[in-house]
Design a protein around this ligand. Structure first.
Ligand code: AMP
Ligand code: MG
Length: 973
């Protein structure tokens, strides 16, 4: 308090140097009034007159006790001001102690004051700046004292010699930088230093800089030089200039400006990074002592143009990952990434990607923990009457009692957002849980049980609060306002949560005996199943045929598997109002399914392959749910294990595993070598060589080297054969064939050899013995595992990323079976089957005459080649009157609409071929045979559009491509 009183009114030095004195007198004096008021802890809102009045009053009161925390808040009004005055005038003695203590708590545990120096040249803004000094002061949020510092000079690589201007400006000598580590080394070391304090991990932290440049410009440029993404800890920071201008309600100033206004001196040498940082800290400390809170103020935004993006896989192997949000998994990133690329068709910058993904992840992180995409409501919502029809609560049962004379049990539930409680009438089907036989390790099942439920309505009950409040201490004031207690009618949509600590015995006793493979549809026998959720599909509208004769509008499928050796699958279908149950569950959860309904047979069973079981949620079904982590902790992930541990196929497998050293690197994956290995949360890349049997949720990234025609599988239980496409995928470690079933296979039909794809949600089968007695297993992709395919080759932005493809010179392509080039189209021509160049109708011959004779020229419109619309591969028209047949999809093409005309090898009956000539400056020109894809890409039109252009238009279109540069992948033919 003492120091606050002694504080001098702020001096504004700026007025003296400004040119337009008249104008500035006004603004500056307003600025000054505001500075003074802020300094005394008063509101800085209002016009000059108000400010003057307020300041006068303030000085009269002559007390600066209550720090004006509201200064940042533009909402501050007269009321607050008066209350400040009251406090100031009357109760200063009383409040003096507490006000001193009540300096605002800072929102971050630590602040990193940061000011880089970089290479530069006089008057050159576009200089490729490289960081040469990287100093950080670590300040503890609570005490706001400096607790440590990190400082390193950095050796620049692009311009290793410092300009004289730079040395003079920063005081950093050539010798200093010559003997310093490079940026990546410094960053890695700095991260280790941050890790000592658990910054950005257990402890929250944020950088504080003077203006946006240190991060937005210098860090951003440096990261691009070094081919790393800007680390996430640099994505937000506190810009002291903005905080200062907000706090004192004045214009932004640089360090010297701020110091002058605050009547402080610069300590040390200006443009020495560490000293700059120290002075920024001095300013911040002063503001903090006046009650300023340091909230993040600026988001990362790049000043640089479009940059190659490397999200899934880092470019610079030397850079050590730090602070990757721990639960973000690759599938999620991959899928979001492809969505983003669709949203920004013109290309996206790394900064857009990272900020978008980061903010989406913050939203979704909770969802991943709680369920899929659920915003849980709180009990307060019920009291406010603001709950909607899809209101879902997560609550704990405080107590339960019978309503005498009825068959109703009332659960009194609470959540941690409110001290209020709500009554819930228990649905009949759950009453068995009240019995003594349903015990957890020590207490009745319902006691302190966490449940998630969909609220179907609210009735206000008359029962008094007191009778329910029990021994819990109550906040009288709040409770008094509540005279009525809401009661929730019985709900069918309720999930009981199980914990590893209490419920192991419950699970083993209830769910230990039934297994999917021995289910028989019967109306007498009731089953209790322990299943893992593999995938939760999106809700879809029922077609009338699939609606089982009921008037069901929507359905949603949960794909489940048991934990037996067979890993048998099941689908639980939820209809309409039941769909809300799915939002209480998430992929990976284990569920205890009590009395599910069994659907006897349906064509849908095909989607599960052999022996999938179809289940329904009936009015007898009860769901218990345990998170994956808890199930692992309680060793309940393989409750159905059927095989003896001496199973020969098992030991065989482990032997082969031991031999494969790469596989052993995966030992940190969830599940030991006997379990199904779930890669969902595995944060490293899984390579083809890492694969083994019994894995799920695999994401592979690789290049397609072969695609097989549809080979429908007829061995399933259904009558219909299942479509089955195979692709051969290659990555750095190996190649493997992946079978894509049904819908996923159909989606893959437009892929081509040479495409790079990211495939998520693959699984590997159990071990089979093939006809030669060899053991083998298969990689499968299907909707039931949640497989998605992202064609990376068609994502423009990624195309340019050198981590995905190595660009080679045209002169070296003969060394590669498949490669990527970046070349300019220098021309096109048509040749016949033998490679003889052919002249076009309309083409000008060497002698200057135009070919008009339709017989000596070839016409593109002569093409007789048709393609199957869904796969763009050519179809064969067997005989007149017969249906065209697509051998790739193994089906007849029924409709004319399913046919498209495509560019193909043959341009007319004689088999003319369109060639493009390319040049990439490596001295050679090659001719590329144009497949329909290339031509469509080059010409930016489909074949059928192209054919409608007429000969002149076609020539123009072809010529317009000449001179353009393309990234291409090439196959040796
Ligand atoms: P500062 O934090 O103000 O010391 O500036 C950081 C970096 O910005 C310096 O290391 C220089 O690379 C660059 N810089 C600052 N002032 C100038 C200037 N007047 N001319 C050129 N570059 C400058
Ligand atoms: Mg500096």
């Amino acid at each position: 308090m003492e120091s606050a009183l002694r504080e001098q009114p702020l001096k504004n030095t700026k007025a003296a140097v400004d040119v337009d004195a008249d104008v500035d007198k006004l603004t500056n004096s307003v600025d000054k009034l505001r500075l003074d008021l802020a300094d005394l802890g008063y509101s800085t809102k209002g016009n000059k007159q108000t400010l003057q009045k307020r300041l006068k009053q303030a000085k009269k009161n002559n007390v600066g006790l209550v720090k004006n925390e509201k200064t940042e808040n533009t909402e501050s009004n007269e009321k607050e001001e008066t209350s400040n005055k009251l406090v100031n005038s009357g109760f200063d003695c009383l409040f003096s102690f507490s006000s001193q203590k009540s300096l605002p708590s800072q929102p971050f545990d630590y602040y990193l004051f940061f000011d880089v120096e970089a290479t530069c040249e006089k008057n050159n803004k576009n200089y490729p700046h490289e960081i040469i000094e990287f100093p950080v002061l670590l300040v503890e949020g609570e005490s706001f004292e400096i607790v440590d510092q990190y400082r390193s000079y950095v050796k620049p690589s692009i311009n290793p010699t410092l300009s004289e201007f730079c040395t003079t400006l920063t005081g950093i000598s050539q010798e200093t930088v010559d003997n310093s580590p490079d940026f990546i080394e410094v960053l890695n070391e700095f991260q280790q230093w941050m890790a000592k304090y658990s910054l950005f991990q257990d402890k929250s932290a944020i950088f504080v800089t003077d203006g946006p440049f240190d991060i937005n410009k210098f860090i951003a440029k440096q990261c691009i030089h070094d081919k790393i993404s800007v680390p996430t800890y640099f994505h937000r920071w506190v810009d002291i200039r903005r905080i200062y201008a907000n706090f004192y309600r004045c214009r932004q100033e640089n360090i010297t400006g701020m110091l002058a206004a605050l009547d402080m001196d610069f300590e040390g040498r200006a443009h020495s990074g560490l000293d700059d940082a120290k002075n920024v800290y001095n300013i911040a400390k002063r503001m903090r002592d006046k009650g300023c809170r340091f909230k993040k103020s600026t988001k990362f935004r790049t000043y640089l143009g479009r940059e190659c993006l490397d999200l899934a896989f880092r470019l610079n192997g030397r850079f050590q990952q730090f602070n990757l949000p721990t639960n973000v998994h690759r599938d999620w990133v991959a899928i979001k990434l492809s969505n983003l690329l669709l949203q920004y068709p013109a290309g996206i910058t790394e900064a857009i990607v990272l900020t978008e993904l980061e903010s989406q992840w913050t939203d979704i992180d909770k969802e991943y923990q709680n369920g899929t995409g659920t915003r849980y409501h709180s009990i307060d919502h019920i009291y406010n009457g603001s709950f909607s029809s899809d209101c879902i609560l997560e609550v704990t049962i405080e107590k339960f009692y019978y309503i005498p004379g009825t068959c109703f049990t009332v659960l009194v539930v609470s959540d941690n957002t409110s001290i209020r409680k709500v009554e819930l009438l228990l649905h009949q089907k759950y009453t068995f849980l009240l019995g003594n036989h349903v015990q957890t390790s020590s207490r009745p099942f319902l006691e302190k049980r966490k449940v998630k439920l969909a609220v179907v309505g609210v009735v206000v009950s008359k029962s008094s609060i007191e009778s329910l409040s029990g021994s819990q201490p109550q906040d009288d004031e709040k409770m008094a306002r509540v005279s009525k207690l809401p009661r929730i009618p019985p709900t069918e949509q309720l999930v009981f949560l199980l914990s590893a600590t209490y419920d192991r015995a419950f699970v083993t006793s209830q769910f230990g005996s039934d297994c999917l493979s021995n289910l028989r549809a019967s109306h007498t026998r009731r089953y209790k199943l322990w299943l893992k959720i593999l995938h939760i599909d999106k809700a879809a509208h029922t077609s009338s045929a699939a609606a089982y004769g009921n008037n069901r509008g929507q359905y949603l499928k949960l794909y489940l598997c048991d934990t037996s050796d067979e890993g048998s699958g099941a689908i639980l279908t939820l209809y309409d109002y039941q769909i809300s149950l799915s939002s209480m569950l998430k992929k990976g959860d284990f569920i205890g399914l009590y009395h599910p309904g069994l659907i006897e047979s349906s064509t849908e069973s095909q989607t599960l392959g052999d022996g999938g079981v179809l289940l329904e949620y009936t009015n007898e079904t009860v769901i218990f749910c345990m998170t994956e982590q808890d199930a692992e902790a309680a060793e309940l992930t393989n409750l159905m294990k059927r095989y003896p541990s001496s199973d020969p196929s098992r030991s065989e497998k482990s032997a082969s595993q031991a031999a494969n050293s790469i596989v052993s690197q995966l030992s940190d994956l969830a599940g030991d070598s006997k379990d199904v290995m779930d890669c969902r949360m595995y944060k490293k890349r899984v390579y083809i060589k890492n694969l083994r049997s019994h894995m799920i949720n695999i994401t592979l990234f690789g290049r397609i080297v072969a695609m097989a025609n549809n080979n429908p599988y007829r061995g399933g239980k259904g009558d219909q054969p299942m479509d089955r496409y195979a692709i051969r995928l290659v990555d750095e470690t190996a190649q493997i064939d992946v079978t894509l079933w049904e819908a996923v296979g159909h989606r893959a039909r437009r892929l081509r050899e040479g495409h790079y794809v990211l495939i998520t949600g693959l699984s590997t089968s159990k071990v089979y013995k093939d006809s030669n007695g060899q053991t083998t297993w298969y990689v499968n992709g299907s909707t039931s595992c949640g497989t998605e395919i992202i064609n990376v080759s068609t994502i423009q932005c990624l195309l340019a990323s050198s981590c995905f493809r190595k660009i080679v010179g045209l002169n070296t392509i003969s060394n590669y079976e498949q490669c990527h080039v970046c070349a300019t189209v220098t021309g096109w021509y048509i040749s016949d089957e033998n490679g003889e160049r052919r002249l076009w109708e309309g083409e000008i011959k060497e002698d200057g005459t135009v070919i008009e004779d339709k017989n000596s020229g070839v016409r593109l419109s002569h093409t007789k080649c048709y393609g199957h619309k869904s796969c763009l591969r050519s179809v064969t028209v067997a005989d007149e009157g017969q249906l065209p047949y697509c051998s790739f999809c193994a089906c007849s093409v029924y409709n004319q609409q399913d046919l498209v005309r495509i560019f193909a090898g043959e341009l007319d009956e004689e088999g003319a071929v369109l060639y493009w000539t390319l040049d990439d400056g490596t001295g050679e020109v090659v001719f590329a045979e144009a497949g329909q894809d290339i031509s469509a890409e080059f010409l930016n039109s489909t074949a059928s559009q192209f054919l409608t252009l007429g000969i002149k238009g076609q020539l123009q279109a072809l010529d317009s491509v000449v001179g353009k540069e393309y990234w291409m992948s090439m196959n040796q033919v």
